[in-house]
Write a new protein. Sequence first.
Lengths: 691, 391, 308
Amino acid sequence: MSADSSQVPTTQDPATEQTTATNPWLPAVLSLIIPGLGQMAVLKQREFGLKLLIAWLVIAVGPTMVMMPLRISGTDVNRGAVTLADTVALAGIGIGVLIAVFAAVTAYRTAEPVSEAVAAERAADAAEQPALSFQNVGVSFNTEFGTVDAVKGVSFDVMPGEVVAVVGESGSGKSVTSAAAMGLIPQNGTVTGRAFLNGQETTTMDAAQLRRLRGSEVSMVFQEPMTALNPVLKVSDQLVEAMQVHGVAFGKDALAKGVELLELVGIPDAKQRIHEYPHQFSGGQRQRIVIAIAISCNPSMIIADEPTTALDVTVQAEILDLLRRLKHEIDTGILLITHNMGVVADMADRVVVMFQGQVVESGSSEEILLQPEHPYTRRLLDAMPTLHQKGDVQGVSAKDRREAAQPTTAPEQETVIEGKNLALAYRNNRGKPVRVVEDVSFAVPKGEILGLVGESGSGKSTIAKAVLGLLDVDEGELLIRGRNLPALKGAERKVARREIGVVFQDPAASLDPRFPIGDIITEPMVVHKVGSPKDRKARAAELLEAVKLPAGVINRFPHELSGGQRQRISIARALSLSPSILIADEPTSALDVSVQARVLEMFAELQEQYAFACLFVSHDLAVVDQLADQIMVLEKGRVVEQGHKEQILRDPQMGYTKRLLAAAPVPDPRQQDERRAARQQLWEAQGLTAT
Amino acid sequence: MSNDQSPEQSNEGLEQQMVDLAEVEDAKLSETHQSYSQNQLIRRRFFGHIPAMISLVVVTIITVTAFTSVGYGIIPGWWPHPFRLPQGAELVNGGEPTMFDDGRIFGPHPFGQDSLPRDIFARVMRGTQQSLIIGVVVALVSSVMGILIGAVAGYFRGKIEAVLMTLTDFVIVVPLLVIAAILGQFVSGMPFPPFPLAIVLGIVSWTGMARLVRAEVLSLREKEYVSAAVAMGASPWRIIRKHMLPNAVGVIIVNASFTVAAVILLESTLSYLGMGVQPPEVSLGMLVSEGEVAINTRPHLFWIPGIFILIIVLCVNFIGDGLRDAFDPHQQRKGERRPGLRQALGFRGTSMAQSRQAGQLGLDTAGRTGSSLATDSTDPKANIFRFRRKK
Amino acid sequence: MTGYIIRRMLQFIPVVIAATLIVYAMVFLMPGDPIRALSGDRPMSPQVLETLREQYNLNDPFLVQYAKYMWGVFTAGDFGTTFQGRPVLDIIQQGLPITVTLALVALSFQIVIGVIAGVLAAVYKDSFLDRMVQVSLVIVVAVPTLAIGFLLQLTFGLNLEWFPIAGTREGLVSYVLPGITLGAVSTGIVARMLRSELVEALQSDYVRTATAKGMRRSRVVVRHGLRNSLIPVVTFLGADLATMLGGTVVVETIFNLTGLGGQIFRSIQAQENTVVVGIVTLFVLFYVVLNLVVDLLYAAIDPRIRYD
């Protein structure tokens, strides 16, 4: 290999001292640092593409400018340093050009505006014809498992100003149908039949025409507010995008309109907050923003796909109110896709029920909800857990059932789970503990179910985790069968854990995908070294029978089972050591309605049989009504109210509890109207603004 | 009762069908059909990956040929010429390759000879042996170390994690080639080549695997079946052994296979610079370096070992791709991110920030997170459309 | 934010110390006596050898040597001298711009070609273009750098005579071929990473929202998809730049550039400990600083990240 100084040009001889006055390194380094700092400052200010462009130009120009005087003055500068500066400059320019290209691509080019004559004609027609019409629409998908018909022969209309609810469980094809209306079906899908939007046939349109429709005549509101907005763009950017793309408003006008829209949907301080980022808003507020975007171009049709499923029940009530108000003000038609009959009763004028890709029944909401004809509809309504009103025929609680079965007077019940002034904390990133639950006390005797109710952030799941020993107790005592769990260590702790079984919420993640079902169910036995392998196999079969699954499932794997079936396996696992305590953290929240009904029914029977004490966490008051004996209502980590179920649910004392109960919708349209009025009165009485 | 219904199904027919989703699901279960475990599914997918299969065949052929032709250790080979300078060797055909030359298919020296003269085919085979051994041994050593460190750091968190990750940082910061070169010099005189070299290389290349395993363990920790196992009283070692590592195996194996390829390249670079395998042993990198000087007069001395390196690395990469597709099919679960290069490079700030994001998301969603969580990737309906929500 | 920066810079110190200590230890532990090697065939009297040893602190215990050296580096910028008396700082000054320029050229190549290829492959997913890009990426990643270097030299340098094949005489142009060689593998990685990130971003909810607003596909890709996908790519590029700085030796050898990469290797072979440690210290510093810069850049791009 070559020696050290082979190719260095002779302008500089390494052997001689650097006698030049200027040290070349200082300007070279400065020329890199200063623009870098400048870039940081610029980045704070403006639009992304622009600022990056400026920044890179600064980097590109900076070094050259700094080196220029040295070059001109002819001092001996380290050749290498000059080349370095040149490189940086060139690289910067290259990248700047790239960014400029991207910026050009994203420049606004609006769709052609519709001519006036055509628009007038459309407006005239609009009053008579349906805003959205499906005629024998079918959608099938080409998957690796063959062709799947997701939607078969669906026909219905939505008139302007009308709310039509499409109800169904998973696999019913309700979401696919709505996507077909906007042409949002993915590539492997084929659409048959015809869909019309304001008289224009969308199924035969090309991409450009569809784009013109989307956002301006028909817009969608999706289910997940947390991910529906781009996290790296400001709300203002996302709000005005649709307006600018469709030529409704530009620049400052668009921004002003955006502020108006935000105020319309109930975001306080809209003028300041429009410049914030999505993660600075709560879930409910984000959904409002999504709705604001949806109405920004005055569409004639809004398709809302499960818009409130991911929200707390009080927030859900507010969003539904908002939608109803907007419907009146803008006179749009709304296609509401949901599985919740209560929401249907609250909002819908007409209802379409879908099952396995077909429409099984349709009619006005009163017809469907109060006098359903099709067996599926009837089953669906029956399966929905009901929140009984005061004066209704009382539901039968687990305890009552048990007492009916064994009318002997039971001896004094042992308090199996007890919490005394519990305080729980998480550690934040700096290691400082943040209290999420404060001063919670409860006692659950054997054979009883305590329902933990609350909205997100209430701490109900946190308490469940603490009882399971997954979270340390900051303060207070947690007694499992009389022993303070946090104080136990090692082997004693393990023994205490034998007594506790758990069922989690997510069926997909509750079971180890690599374990066969039999091993999953008997894992607690293996951990505590109970029984021989033969015993365990027998026990697994026993438990499968108890959860009403065929015995052959023992050798299957979790991915072959559906959600409801997996939850049943979870329950079987929880019961394998006949625990005295069962913790259920929203076990049915991720399941379809009818599946949920089955699982809850089975759960109640098992509880009768095994007589465990249970901590049942749920956000759904109706579910809790069905199962629990006692209820504890939580808000922001504190107990709002607790006591016997009848008292809490029928005769609540605290304002928060009343609000929770008032907000839960029931599947009876007339009742729901009354409830809504009552709820709004309650809000006003409590001094909260109604949306 | 199947789900495929003809579009002309009448209303009465529908009424006779199942009218309850739960029943439909249960009915599906009682159909008897072949039940596949995860491993079987993975194997099926792997064997269906054509480039990987071709590469597997090629690599096997090369490995077998390399080890049998020139022999290894005490086992003799079937190739007549040794890779070192034999007694009374003669220059045949001017040192040019005798393959496809003059109507012969192989001839006595298919890859030609160098100036000494030594048979290039034998040297290439020997070099391939060394490269393969180094690749596999380094991958093994670094994987084992990486898995241990990563799993312990990821599971136990807290101070242990901080210490282990800082240690990892220390090793990452030093340029790999420099450390490898220094260590290469260090072991250059040791016996049993190339094992000392392979072991020291392994000791400094575990950092990528450690980071990946740690990231994977961190994400698996949040899974509910792990919480269930903790809640039922399982010991940390049981959880790591039975629940985490088997589910992390995909990432581990894929990373290990890519490590083999990277190490072969690294070794060839080192040998090219003179710091890897030392004479009289041969490695492909050394052959490339020897051949470089004659690249204009006798190009085969340079290109043949170079092409061998290329083919081996290419095939190993394809196998790695095949493994990755087998473990992680493209119909990925939404919302579930397998840790990738990002986590492997894990600048502290970014991984901190990401966990904060995840934490924020977790606290904000309402109880009904079922809708945002994974759908089963093998459930046919789930693969269909991306807009799928609940279940 | 400033608090964070200061804390990170304080974290530099143990890392730099540990890394340089590791390297110093390894170099120190290598067998052989450099002074004797220096004298070569000429016999030198034991007194002269002893004086030389004293001068280079070779008789002190290891840690003391290390401490004296580090002290010199950070207080006086004195990286010591080679055994022939040449200041190491000089050597560094000679070679640094070449190595850094090389790395930057490679980086630019990676950014431009890698990003374009990745975006195209993701947008036209599963098309012929996509497959072609993917296949070429796989191949590029597998070819040893040596081969790429020689190939480029032969075709573009000798045969076509578009670019110079060695040396730095012609300024920036002479860095083109070496830069491409150095950056080729990473370009492949960047393109693949960007493709998979972009494909995933394009399946996300906010892209669906954007499409539902009626935006053109290209606009959706660039405005919504790209920005989110660039984050991991930026992280990778930062790490890669630091790694490249340490791995330029092969390219420098092929193209006859007198950068630090080649220098370090010659010094390892000659057991010039001071040079090795000096250059490595520099590289380590680069790495940690780049690390911090990337993290800050990350915060600038993603508004969710706030350091406190």
